[in-house]
Ligand binder design. Structure first.
Ligand code: FES
Length: 257
């Protein structure tokens, strides 16, 4: 590996801590090898940092080259093509002239993976594994039948396009602002979701009971929505978008004040 090369392990669906921890372990193994200028992780959806943010980190740390390794399974050909377009667009807007990005084929296409699976299965062929015992207990927690009382229900998109557009920062700002305002789940119940469809307006969220869409969310925009909508009951018109068969523009960041 050339000096000054960063490796970004790219995962998916980091909605809970377990996938992040697994990726962290893989990154740690890369770091221990000492073969790379930088080893880090990024998430396509559901968690942070996004791939654009991880690329920004590589540039900030003086890396000359980034090798992006998609380690999620199963392979999604359409998603992989979109990732290529995302990186090209990011390079167009952000990167220094001498910074290059390369992307390996997805893990699922690597012949080494098939060999590793064969080895894994073979290694357990005669292993004294304990069989799972039958048990009548439900696999579900009783709490999963509760619908907590709440005033507002927020669906915050962490799908691929919204994540790349800054949904991680919006989610963090929402969490911090609600906490600062002492608004718990009983006031604003937040659920992070996959793609909600109008990706070009991202990052987006939908607020119920109004069924109101907000787009182009920034940290400042989220703060305004908490204060003006959830606290004051007023829709923040600049970020509001309504169902239509016409294409719409994402709200600009004009109101970063
Ligand atoms: S990824 Fe958020 S609307 Fe599609």
């Amino acid at each position: 590996m050339k000096p000054g090369t960063a490796v970004i392990l790219l995962g998916r669906n980091g909605y809970s801590s377990a996938p992040s921890e697994q990726l962290t372990r893989l990154v740690a193994a890369l770091r221990e090898s000492g073969a790379h200028g930088l080893a880090t992780s990024a998430f396509i959806d559901g968690s942070s940092p996004s791939l654009p943010d991880a690329l920004g980190l590589c540039v900030a740390q003086g890396m000359a080259r980034a090798l992006v390794v998609p380690v999620y399974l199963p392979t999604d050909r359409n998603l992989h093509n979109w990732l290529n377009r995302l990186v090209r667009r990011w390079l167009h807007h952000n990167a220094a002239a001498d910074f290059t990005v390369h992307m390996t084929p997805p893990l699922g296409d690597a012949p080494e993976l098939a060999a590793a699976v064969v080895d894994l299965v073979a290694s357990y062929a005669d292993a004294p594994l304990t069989p799972l015992a039958a048990n009548h207990a439900s696999p579900n927690s009783p709490e999963w039948s509760l619908i907590p009382p709440h005033s507002y229900h927020v669906l915050l998109c962490r799908g691929p396009r919204c994540n790349a557009a800054g949904a991680g920062e919006a989610a963090q700002a929402l969490k911090q602002r609600l906490k600062a305002k002492n608004m718990g789940d009983d006031t604003v119940l937040v659920a992070q979701t996959g793609c909600l469809y109008p990706c070009n307006l991202g990052p987006v969220m939908v607020v119920y009971p109004e069924g109101l869409w907000y787009g182009g969310l920034t940290e400042k925009g989220v703060e305004r929505i908490v204060e003006e909508h959830f606290e004051g009951g007023e829709i923040v018109a600049h970020y509001a978008r309504y169902p239509s068969r016409q294409t719409q523009q994402r709200p600009t960041a004009l109101e970063q004040v």
